[in-house]
Design a protein around this ligand. Structure first.
Ligand SMILES: *[C@@H]1O[C@H](CO)[C@@H](O)[C@H](O)[C@H]1NC(C)=O
Length: 381
């Protein structure tokens, strides 16, 4: 889901043919007819980086293990030589910070005196009461960890990739698979779940062993590569630890669009507007998404906002990602050079080896999986 991407994968194989680089994003293009999905709200299109994977790629709904691809891609004339995938982690819990804010809101709701100001015509009292009674089931230990659904996301992704590229994912190529992950718990776990999905592909019906006992070994942790932003001094100084770098975001948080929502939500919940702020509202909004993605339930938080509010909150998130991770500052993208250099070097090597030793099948079969933390702002597959 939503929040936090963290895998990438590369794989090469030898048979004669033309290099084809398969981009995972092409998998998300086919949207078939959407079955009635109870885990969808009118707010779903506005969750941005916190969207459910199924909402970004509705093709997952009818059969999450069935490969889909652009029919133009990899026709007879093309043979995949290497596959690289940069993969985000699976569906995860909210972070401890988000859970803390949610608890703050919950406390605020429960502190309301019964019947004060009376129930108004908006039905606000009912919604406020429903939210106060809605169990706050997120606990501190969950802190951004992968949920069971997230493991399923990764297993299914592995199965789809393996059936999309059978030549690359052949048994004899397995020891050429390289999976790299960041040290983030959800990313390490995503890598393990991905490998278990592959195991299922090769050994249907046989329970997977511990990843440490698999042929390809467990995911390798490399934060320099996968958490490049944490190792880029310039990015840390100028953006991450710079209180004024996000001044546009701060301005929007206190601007008229947000103020409107704060007033509106305060009226609906019947709490003082001075007790609310943009961060709390944003967490409430994302809670609708988390409950849908993790539990498949529509929480009353989904009823607090309409699509006009959702557009404002979507913009707020976009604005933050723009300045912190996107085009806002040049260093944001430049900090990823280390990772992309690594990817392109391996691609070059695969092409080079292919030219030289194309008769030795299998000598250039690589599969690299990079697990990183881009998930917080990048939607993949
Ligand atoms: C922090 O960000 C502001 C706004 O972009 C910039 O003017 C300032 O130079 C930055 N500070 C540092 C230490 O880079």
């Amino acid at each position: 889901m939503p929040c936090g991407a963290c895998n990438s994968l590369r794989l090469s194989s030898a048979p004669a043919g033309v290099l084809a680089l398969a981009l995972l994003s092409s998998l998300s293009r086919c949207s078939l007819l959407e079955p009635k999905d109870p885990a969808v709200s009118v707010l779903s299109p506005y969750f941005g980086t916190k969207s459910r994977y199924e909402d970004a790629n509705p093709g997952l709904l009818p059969d999450p293990e069935a490969p889909r691809r652009d029919p133009e891609l990899l026709e007879e004339t093309c043979t995949p030589v290497q596959l690289v995938a940069l993969i985000r982690h699976g569906t995860r819990y909210p972070t401890a910070k988000q859970i803390r804010k949610l608890r703050q809101l919950h406390t605020l709701l429960q502190a309301r005196g019964p019947g004060e100001k009376g129930a108004d015509a908006t039905g606000g009292r009912n919604l406020g009461a429903a939210l106060a009674n809605w169990p706050l089931w997120y606990k501190d230990w969950m802190d951004g960890q992968l949920v069971e659904k997230g493991r399923e996301d990764m297993r299914q992704l592995a199965l789809r990739l393996a059936s999309l590229f059978p030549a690359l994912f052949s048994r004899e190529n397995l020891d050429r698979l390289q999976l790299v992950t960041s040290s983030k718990h959800r990313c390490v776990e995503s890598g393990a779940a991905f490998l278990k999905g592959l195991w299922q592909h090769y050994h249907p019906g046989v329970p997977p062993p511990d990843v440490a006992d698999m042929e390809c070994g467990p995911p390798r942790i490399n934060d320099k590569l996968m958490r490049f932003f944490d190792h880029c001094e310039k990015f840390l100084t100028e953006v991450e630890r710079n209180d004024t770098a996000l001044y546009h975001v701060e301005a929007f948080k206190t601007g008229p669009e947000m103020q409107n929502i704060l007033r509106k939500v305060a009226a609906i919940l019947q709490v003082p507007v001075s007790n609310l702020n943009a961060d709390l509202i944003q967490v409430a909004f994302f809670t609708c998404s988390f409950d849908l993605a993790i539990k498949g339930v529509k929480s009353p938080w989904c009823d607090v906002f309409d699509t006009d509010d959702a557009k404002v909150l979507e913009y707020l998130n976009d604005l933050k990602q723009y300045w912190k991770r996107g085009y806002g500052y040049t260093i944001n993208s430049r900090s990823s050079c280390i990772l992309f250099q690594d990817i392109f070097q391996h691609l070059d090597k695969a092409v080079e080896q292919k030219k030289r030793v194309s008769h030795i099948c299998g000598s250039l079969c690589y599969l690299f999986v990079y697990l990183h933390k881009y998930g917080d702002y990048m939607d993949l597959v």
